[in-house]
Write a protein that binds this ligand. Sequence first.
Ligand SMILES: *[C@@H]1O[C@H](CO)[C@@H](O)[C@H](O)[C@H]1NC(C)=O
Ligand SMILES: *[C@@H]1O[C@H](CO)[C@@H](O)[C@H](O)[C@H]1NC(C)=O
Ligand SMILES: *[C@@H]1O[C@H](CO)[C@@H](O)[C@H](O)[C@H]1NC(C)=O
Ligand SMILES: *[C@@H]1O[C@H](CO)[C@@H](O)[C@H](O)[C@H]1NC(C)=O
Length: 304
Amino acid sequence: MATLYFFSALLLTVVVSVPINVSGSAYCGPVEATNKDLVQFPLNLEFLEAEFFLNSALGHGLDAIEPAFAAGGPPPIGAQKANLDPVTRRIIEEFGYQEVGHLRAIITAVGGIPRPLYDLSPQTFAQLFDKAVGYKLNPPFNPYSNTVNYLLASYAIPYVGLVGYVGTIPYLANYTSRALVASLLGVESGQDAVIRTLLYEKAYEKVWPYNITVAEFTNAISSLRNELAMCGIRDEGLIVPLRLGAENRTESNILSADSNSLSYARTQPQVLRIIYGTGSEYRPGGFLPRGGNGKIARSFLDKA
Ligand SMILES: *[C@@H]1O[C@H](CO)[C@@H](O)[C@H](O)[C@H]1NC(C)=O
Ligand SMILES: *[C@@H]1O[C@H](CO)[C@@H](O)[C@H](O)[C@H]1NC(C)=O
Ligand SMILES: *[C@@H]1O[C@H](CO)[C@@H](O)[C@H](O)[C@H]1NC(C)=O
Ligand SMILES: *[C@@H]1O[C@H](CO)[C@@H](O)[C@H](O)[C@H]1NC(C)=O
């Protein structure tokens, strides 16, 4: 169904969001967790971003910079140095170091967790992009082959951290933790904005060799994330129908936000449904083949 919908949407070059959450039932409310567990949970995303950005920009990851942070967890599978233009490479390198700082801040505040196993191989991204467009891309999408592909692959990552932080802050009882997470949110949203801006400049260009524009890819990825998380629209691409644009007055959507242009929030299960790529917080896969670590992520896996 979703597949057909995407395909016809692309054929007609109509920019649409897929209707979501039509079947199945998903819990969209908050989880019960301690302050510490809530602050540790985002380590699952911060490790992912650190490894993806550092490896892509430098050809080495966290273990070459702050090996102790991994707390004995395995290095990622399949991460590669990406073929980036010089400006993008410098930006991504900086983002990578920023994630190292975020890891340090969280570990210092509440203690760490072992780095989970990540799969950052081109195949993982190819599967995600196939799922997003609704058919097998030929050749398979490779995040590391050029700057636009890399930015599209990155579009698939920090935004989930951002909405996770927005979703976490209201449930933090501890003032120190709220201050920390607010500051993490600030930088994550900056990273997301930079990635979206770089993509926005190319919104109507085709992503070679596919007959799909940059904007169409972002809409497809955002729709997939909405579909996987199963809790309504909390993710929007770069060009949207008027009803999703700021004040319903523009189709331009350089930032993804709600009808009052406030950031969307996601809960931990929604984040897991997305990064596992399975639509289920109980079923690991995608970037986290063995699932996330920390009390919240493990609590679902132990029940599976
Ligand atoms: C590419 O897609 C456009 C619509 O987005 C369509 O009109 C055109 O026929 C397609 N071209 C090819 C070669 O498939
Ligand atoms: C659908 O999403 C809404 C939030 O938009 C949520 O409240 C509801 O529980 C979801 N329903 C199902 C069946 O997933
Ligand atoms: C808040 O958490 C910090 C550790 O991050 C701890 O030192 C402090 O005692 C906590 N404050 C309260 C009021 O629980
Ligand atoms: C824009 O449209 C949405 C629904 O389509 C509505 O909820 C919202 O109030 C509208 N915003 C304005 C400013 O008219």
